[in-house]
Design a protein around this ligand. Structure first.
Ligand code: MLT
Ligand code: ZN
Length: 453
């Protein structure tokens, strides 16, 4: 089990009894309470199949009031919970570590209001990102965020993790695009910050507490999002380049010539592109150079088309190779690709299938993937903490857009100062004194658990 690999102890939470289950049955009705171990399995395993919990209870609320009643009861009874959205996260934040009750937000999927004039969509947290985009297209708008996982990720999870994605270069992150939200605190209190105003400098900006805190300070139940107009033209270019230096030069040129209409600048090395073309029925459209190029760039000025699959499906395709050590780092552009070369040099092992890099060059964020048939502890030890120390020495981020979740808690201090982490602990204590919300995630479990024992 994951908890053994990560050496985490179960916190001092109550164990689920029949009395607890009866309460949830009476609150939600038996169809929205899952306790059959076969059905629970799906909610216990994360997208990358790296983290596995052992929860025996899944709850599926349909309203904010139900989320509130669940949390109030769990807080009063010291039952730990794991909020779960589309479960497409890559750092183990959305699955339980032990027997935390999973609160699945899937059934809270109503659109509340589409304000065409203001370009604001208000909806429940369980709406699927792609459905939202399709809905908005009917009124000439679009979501400011796009992810490879758009077909299954839910907006509440995107907001809770401040997910980045493929349009961030142009539209910015969710701290900017979420105008307001509603969230439920650990004790069941509902915090209504569901404003749709663009400007509102009246006191503390509380919505930011819930954006990117990965369900550790509250559960997001509704969101109001600023949606840009759907672009009229679709322009996408796929470039083959023979050195990383040329990738950077082309980026400079694209920014200069295209200005604010540049919406994506995504980079893939040859080994990453091979994942898409080798796994799926996708072809490299650049056939002029038989051996292919060392680097590829997918550049977009608006809209989307099929070439995007080459880029979007790398993450999905590499999982078919076995176990993937995955790193999501922000790093200054001059060193952006160096990290791949450094790792290839450092970790030479015949068991490794590929060490490849791709990602959001336009945002200074590279995804590093090391694939291997099965997890090997000695390879893990060669990679970590080395890669995080390397990133930290360049003042980069150890998690640019995937979050800290469960698997990266040990490395938080490499991208945040001690004073920032102290304040995070203070906030956690204030918002969730019993530590029931998504325990073992984001903050180092030893410190959070010691404060509630
Ligand atoms: C992406 O950019 O494709 C996603 O962040 C997933 C990944 O890291 O592969
Ligand atoms: Zn990404």
């Amino acid at each position: 089990f994951t908890s053994d690999r990560y050496k985490v102890q179960r916190g001092p939470y109550a164990r689920i009894t029949n009395e607890h289950t009866d309460f949830f049955d009476s609150l939600l009705g038996p169809n929205r309470v899952i306790s059959n171990s076969e059905e629970c399995e799906h909610y216990n395993i994360d997208y990358s199949k790296i983290v596995r919990g052992k929860s025996n209870l899944i709850l599926k609320p349909k309203t904010t009031e139900e989320v509130s009643a669940i949390l109030k009861y769990c807080n009063d009874n010291r039952l730990a919970v794991c909020p779960q959205s589309g479960n497409t996260g890559l750092v183990g934040g959305s699955v339980p570590v032990f027997d935390e009750i999973v609160i699945s937000m899937k059934l809270m999927n109503k659109i509340i209001e589409t304000n065409e004039l203001a370009g604001v969509l208000t909806c429940e947290a369980g709406c699927v990102l792609e459905d939202m985009d399709n809905h908005l297209a009917t009124v000439g708008l679009m979501m400011p965020i796009d992810l490879g996982a758009k077909g299954s990720c839910l907006i509440g999870g995107c907001v809770s993790t401040n997910a980045g994605g493929l349009r961030l270069l142009r539209y910015g992150n969710l701290h900017g695009n979420v105008l307001g939200l509603e969230a439920v605190k650990a004790n069941g209190d509902v915090v209504d910050c569901l404003s749709t105003l663009k400007k509102n400098n009246t006191g503390y900006h509380l919505k930011h507490l819930f954006i990117g805190s990965e369900g550790t300070l509250g559960i997001v139940t509704k969101v109001a999002i600023q949606c840009p107009p759907l672009p009229r033209a679709i322009n996408v270019a796929f470039l083959g380049l023979n050195s990383f230096d040329k990738v950077l030069k082309a980026f400079q040129l694209a920014k200069k010539e295209l200005g604010e209409i540049l919406s994506s600048y995504e980079m893939m090395d040859k080994l990453s592109l091979d994942v898409s073309t080798g796994t799926f029925d996708l072809k490299n459209p650049l056939t002029t150079k038989p051996d292919g190029h060392d680097f590829y760039v997918l550049l977009e000025t608006s809209g989307s088309n099929n070439i995007w699959s080459l880029r979007e499906r790398i993450s999905e395709g590499i999982l078919r190779e076995g176990y993937v050590f995955k790193y999501d780092i922000s790093i200054p552009l001059p060193s952006f690709y160096k990290v791949i070369e450094v790792l290839r040099d450092r970790v030479r092992d015949p068991r490794i299938i590929r060490i490849s890099g791709y990602g959001h060059l336009g945002d200074g964020n590279i995804h590093v993937q090391i694939s291997i048939p099965t997890y090997e502890a000695d390879i893990a030890a060669q990679l970590q903490p080395f890669i995080f120390e390397y990133v930290s020495s360049l003042r980069g981020s150890v998690s640019a857009e995937h979050g800290i979740g469960f698997t990266k808690t040990k490395y938080l201090h490499m991208s945040r100062t001690p004073s920032e982490i102290d304040l995070m602990h203070d906030l956690k204590k204030l918002m969730d004194p019993n530590g029931i919300l998504n325990p073992y995630k984001v903050l180092h479990p030893l410190k959070t658990l010691s404060s509630i024992i």
